[in-house]
Design a protein. Sequence first.
Lengths: 545, 109
Amino acid sequence: MNQTVTVNISGIVFHIEVDAYEELKKYLNKIRSYFKNSEESEEIMADIEARIAELFNEKITSENQVVNTNDVDEVITIMGKPEQYVDEDEEKEQSYSSNQRNYMTAKKLFRNPDERAVGGVASGIAAYFGMATIWMRLFFIIALFVGFGFLLYIILWIVIPEAKTASDKLQMRGDDVNIDSIGKTFKEEADRMSDNFRKTGQQYGKKAEVVVGGFFNLLSQIVQGILKIFGKIFGVILLIVGTFWLVGLVSMLVGSEMVFSITSDGIFSLESSEFFNVIFVSENQFHLAVVGIILSVGLPIVMLIYGGVKLLFNVKTHSGVGVGLFILWVIGLFMCAMVGIKMGTELSQDETIVTKEIISLTDSDFHISASTVDNPGKGILEDNYSVISLDEDSIYQNYVRLYIEESKTDSMELRVIKSSGGKSRKDAVNNAKMISYSYSVTDSSFFLGNYLSVLKEDKIRGQQIKLKLYLPVGKTIYLDKSLKYILYDVDNVTRTRDKKMVNKKWVMLEDGLTCLDCEDLEGVTSVQLDSIKAYKPIIEEINEK
Amino acid sequence: MKIENTKAQMRKGVLEYCILSILENGEAYPSEIIEKLKTGKLIVVEGTLYPLLTRLKNAGLLTYRWEESKSGPPRKYYELTPIGKNFLKELETTWDDLVKAVKLTRRAK
């Protein structure tokens, strides 16, 4: 005995077997899903149902009043499956007009085992959103540096299943997914569920049907709404972040007076186009670098903005765009690499020029101080002093370092070492020669410049000034406060740090540089104090001399 | 390239023209139209017709009226509108031109 249900098709009542009913319902739902978004869908469905009713009516005889699966099969054969008669042009027309797909095979998020760098998370997500994997990878790399990337990746790795079977992999690529289609999938799922519940509900009475069906409809609407909102929020975030970065990039390249923070205590306020000019060899190289940076850094930013816009406004994706942008991006990277290699050869050799100053020894303390005036240019600041700066015709750099060591002889000596990089030894020597650095030496004092300068056409080529002071044993020096930024890793018996060494008198003893008036030194440990006290008699002895 | 696809494309191109031609001689309801199209093997499954009719109607080429039926639900009887008639005339000329062109091309072989 077969169970039957009573259905109303186009105003005509039929008795239909449960299996046949399920099949018919599935068939109609399928057609409906094909026409779902076209305005004519209601009318087409009504026409088709009317025809089906007509066909059923022909099958019903006084002996056989129930529609069975055979009848349904026959009707389906006559009417045809929707994929047989929804032609492709129509689909496209409709999807352009409504920005939605008319049908979809559910697309699911999987990790892609065939295209993996780590766990296949990025390529899986990329497949889900129908974009090139490289963008997703780039996103994770950027996210890694921003700080949340690692955790995010691990969580996704755990949460997203791996595409193991062929159908998994098909579903992974599926149809384009946008917010609407995500919502749609959910709605279809919820409809199916509410249908199931409705059927169960029939056994318990109509009330349950209304309540349960209504509940699922409501739930589906709520979730759809939430999904939409999340999508939009994410879109807005992408848009804001992308725009922010784009503004940063553009202003860096255009070089308006932008202020960037580059270190915790440094500020970048150099006009960057000018800055690039003093680095690159030629105008061409400069342009190559700029275009390279725009392409390699700008395109991912553009993709962010594009993604944001897509999420916000459901813009139709053109599949060629991703590939084209990716090729441009690779070209950009290539250009940057070319400039990088060129710059590398430009700095492949290092040469130094040494000037020796022998200072005649007197009994008086030797006073060492440095200029505290900032250089005349405008540029990158650190602690209010310029690291690199420019004026109309010169480049100023504060790469000046003072080393203090024990003299191997009896004389006191200052070596001024100018060094620079260059593409050949000769070039490097030339570059070093072009460094101008001012200092003055007398019998009782040094006055050291705190910056070096080169002409703009000499470019920045790793120029630096090293000052090596060789002190004979017994010589006392006074380190002025102004040396704070110039002193570099000067060894001393108390292992006092450079910045704390200033404003003090020091004497070169056989064990090393020793402080003469360090009792009041703040932050000195008891061990250090003890070692100072141990030296006290020797110091006094020297002072008496 | 599949032969089936090409055949389907060719059939599709003339389908609208044939529907309009069938209605030239007076009104008809979908099943009648389907019968005629099926004898010409222009359509395989009936489902093809309904979206087409609706589209032609919405484009203003067709109009319909309801008529009660003894064998089932009420039927839609379609007929050509004046626009549809003009449309058909133009299609006829185009068709004749096409046939001529095809004949000429084949003879030229």
